[in-house]
Design a protein around this ligand. Structure first.
Ligand SMILES: *Cc1c(COP(=O)(O)O)cnc(C)c1O
Length: 365
């Protein structure tokens, strides 16, 4: 079986973990500080704050921005549930916008229309949470322009986009950003997350919120959480970060091979990379013209693991239905019916890539 994802763990990660275990300093400490510094440098920002997951990073970053009850946050429904749930954790409410069909990302024009409508209804729309899905940045110039015109705070969900860029400017450096180091992501720490920012006050608030609101031990200034990263996780992250540029190159090369061999098939639409953008291919996601669910099954029978990210838009999830969400967002809903992610990770061999291409080419149309 060719899996849809595989963490790339080598001798470096194993040695780094052993060293931490032998040191006896297992919880947040020196390795976490070093990982934060290295990750900030990688993203081209001044501060990075490590957390226990991408979800907890989103949660406290929103709190640090001052999002709370009565606020609304513009976001995409075509994402992992955590992007929207983080807004709920703060007592605020997501306002869902439609997506751009080529990149699957939040459509700034739809966001502007939703914003104007919600504000006309007296709702307090205070922020926008673009998600850089599958490794392709959102149209950040348009989103930052929208934010400036309507006085919106911006939080980037970059959980799938470590190193993704526009004209060399990296994800997490356009505004405050959140990353995940879950094992399927482009780099992993087992579980883990990171907040990136150039704003010292936001970094400071995030540090407080992740550690029970204490700057000084047992002096609690505010209601905080235990969302800390361990030194064990950070040691893995430091080793992974060293390898990330090479692994990203491999993802890009694998994606180029797949696109070259799939682009002329009538039943497959390969992913788009807009000019100037560096797509880091967390997922290689095509649209299937025809029976997508049958394609999943046929590929599984030929030993190829695939993923459907995502089969349901967030506003159609039972949780959100129960909350009364009944938006119609046609592009997001169509994407849920058509998308299929093929393996693109760095562990693929040339033979694997050939197998994938042949299997996709032979799908019934
Ligand atoms: C993975 C992911 C998250 C959450 O990250 P965890 O580390 O699993 O908590 C949030 N948003 C998106 C878009 C993700 O892909």
């Amino acid at each position: 079986m060719i899996p849809i994802a595989r963490p790339m763990i080598g001798e470096e990660e194993k040695a780094a973990v052993l060293a931490v275990l032998e040191s006896g300093q297992l919880a947040q400490g020196e390795q976490v500080a070093r990982f934060e510094e290295a990750f900030a440098r990688f993203c081209g920002v001044r501060y990075a704050v490590a957390t226990s997951s991408g979800t907890t990073a989103l949660h406290i970053a929103l709190l640090a921005l001052g999002i709370g009850p009565g606020d609304e946050v513009l976001t995409t429904p075509f994402t992992f549930i955590a992007s929207a749930n983080a807004i709920l954790f703060c007592g605020a409410r997501p306002a869902f916008c439609d997506i751009q069909p080529d990149t699957f990302n939040l459509d700034p024009e739809s966001a502007e229309a939703v914003l104007r409508r919600r504000r006309a209804q007296g709702k307090r729309v205070r922020a926008i949470l673009p998600v850089h899905l599958f490794g392709h940045l959102c149209d950040m110039p348009a989103i930052l322009d929208l934010a400036a015109r309507y006085d919106l705070l911006v939080l980037e969900d970059a959980c799938q986009s470590h190193g993704a860029a526009l004209d060399g400017k990296k994800a997490g450096s356009f505004a405050t950003g959140c990353f995940s180091f879950y094992p399927t992501k482009n780099i992993t720490t087992g579980e883990g997350g990171m907040i990136t920012t150039d704003d010292e006050a936001i970094a400071e608030r995030c540090r407080l919120l992740r550690d029970h609101g204490q700057r000084r031990r047992y002096h609690h200034e505010t209601l905080g959480y235990n969302f800390r990263m361990t030194n064990i996780a950070a040691a893995i992250g430091l080793a992974q970060l060293e390898k990330l540029p090479r692994h990203t190159e491999m993802r890009i090369r694998n994606a180029a091979y797949l696109t070259a061999h799939l682009k002329d098939l009538p039943h497959v639409i390969p992913p788009t990379v807009r000019p100037g953008y560096t797509h880091v291919f967390h997922q290689y996601t095509v649209r299937i013209r025809g029976d997508r669910d049958r394609a999943v099954e046929e590929l599984r029978n030929r030993g190829i693991g695939t993923g459907v990210y995502y089969p349901l838009p967030v506003h159609h999830q039972p949780l959100y239905r129960q909350m009364g969400y009944d938006d119609s967002l046609p592009e997001a809903e169509r994407a849920c019916r058509e998308v299929l992610s093929l393996p693109v990770h760095p562990a693929l061999s040339q033979e694997d890539l050939k197998t994938i291409v042949e299997a996709v080419a032979s799908l019934p149309t």
